[in-house]
Design a protein around this ligand. Structure first.
Ligand SMILES: NC(=O)c1ccc[n+]([C@@H]2O[C@H](COP(=O)([O-])OP(=O)(O)OC[C@H]3O[C@@H](n4cnc5c(N)ncnc54)[C@H](O)[C@@H]3O)[C@@H](O)[C@H]2O)c1
Length: 271
């Protein structure tokens, strides 16, 4: 159901790979709320994914960009402003990839070239997106920028590997850039720390099934899914959250405040 919360707003959605992607659901919801968007992903993902189906449904242009490339990002912002007819009001950065995780390289025997790629793709790209937007003065005042994070930035989840460091950096960039962009253009920058969610990136984490179910049993509301995340993004892109910036916002059914739940106690007692 639409509440027209984003009527007339324009934005870029990064990272829709397939219908399970957080960005896929977010694109559908922001358009439903009245926004017009461009969609982007890495050129290789565009070849493998099904983004054109989404583009058709959302009446959106697809503009390829490797989020680690400043020249690709400049091209993306310029073309997005041209297609959408002016400056932008929101950006969703929904990008994550760890070559170490993908290749099962243990954290304690990390490959540092891979580690740097993890940080570049999953965290520095957020800085590059913000820096490019600022350089091209591509955002309207009170625009809202979101990066998607995970609680492994604060607590240890061994299977999450070097993505934990990437998320800690991502959240720090939201605070630091949020200060500068807030001062300069009243732009809001936040991260949303989402529950484990069944997606291509999520399922690539070793032991994902176990910690998905563990988090679900630990959280009084259960895990937040990708549809819930899309709804939260709509609210954060809307004018109803104008004064929220430089925050890491937990969107996790209560998981981040839990010590232990009765359901987990009962599970363990049965052993
Ligand atoms: N799935 C989960 O459990 C979970 C939980 C919390 C946070 N997140 C975060 O949500 C975000 C989206 O992930 P998802 O779960 O929807 O999985 P996903 O695999 O659908 O999305 C990840 C996206 O990153 C894109 N990407 C990778 N390298 C890129 C590059 N160089 N340039 C541009 N795009 C690139 C991929 O093509 C893909 O579309 C990620 O930041 C992820 O860490 C996921």
């Amino acid at each position: 159901m639409s509440h027209h919360l984003l009527q007339g707003k324009k934005g870029i959605i990064f990272g829709a790979l397939d219908e399970r992607s957080m960005a896929w659901k977010a694109a559908q919801r922001v358009v439903e709320e009245g926004a017009s968007i461009t969609l982007t992903n890495a050129p290789i993902a565009l070849r493998m994914g099904k983004i054109n189906e989404l583009a058709k449904e959302c009446n959106a242009e697809v503009i390829p960009a490797d989020a680690t490339s400043l020249s690709d990002l400049e091209d993306l912002f310029s073309k997005s402003m041209e297609k959408l007819g002016g400056k932008l009001d929101f950006i969703l950065h929904s990008i994550g990839m760890s070559p170490n995780l993908r290749k099962n390289v243990p954290y304690t025997a990390t490959n540092y070239d891979n580690f740097q790629k993890t940080l570049d793709i999953s965290a520095l790209s957020f800085h590059k997106v913000l820096q490019t937007a600022m350089k091209l003065d591509a955002l309207n005042e009170w625009a809202s920028v979101i990066g998607l994070s995970y609680i492994a930035a604060q607590r240890t989840f061994p299977g999450y590997n070097d993505m934990a460091e990437a998320k800690a950096l991502l959240e720090s960039i939201a605070r630091s850039f949020g200060y500068h962009y807030g001062n300069k253009r009243k732009v809001r920058v936040n991260t949303v720390s989402q529950s484990p969610t069944v997606t291509t990136a999520g399922s690539g984490v070793s032991g994902f099934d176990a910690f998905f179910h563990y988090a679900d049993k630990m959280s009084p509301l259960g895990n937040a899914n990708a549809d819930d995340c899309a709804n939260f993004c709509v609210v954060l892109f809307s004018d109803l959250t104008r004064m929220v910036t430089m925050q890491n916002l937990y969107h996790d059914g209560g998981f981040s405040s839990m010590g232990v739940s009765q359901a987990i106690v009962e599970d363990m007692s049965g052993r």
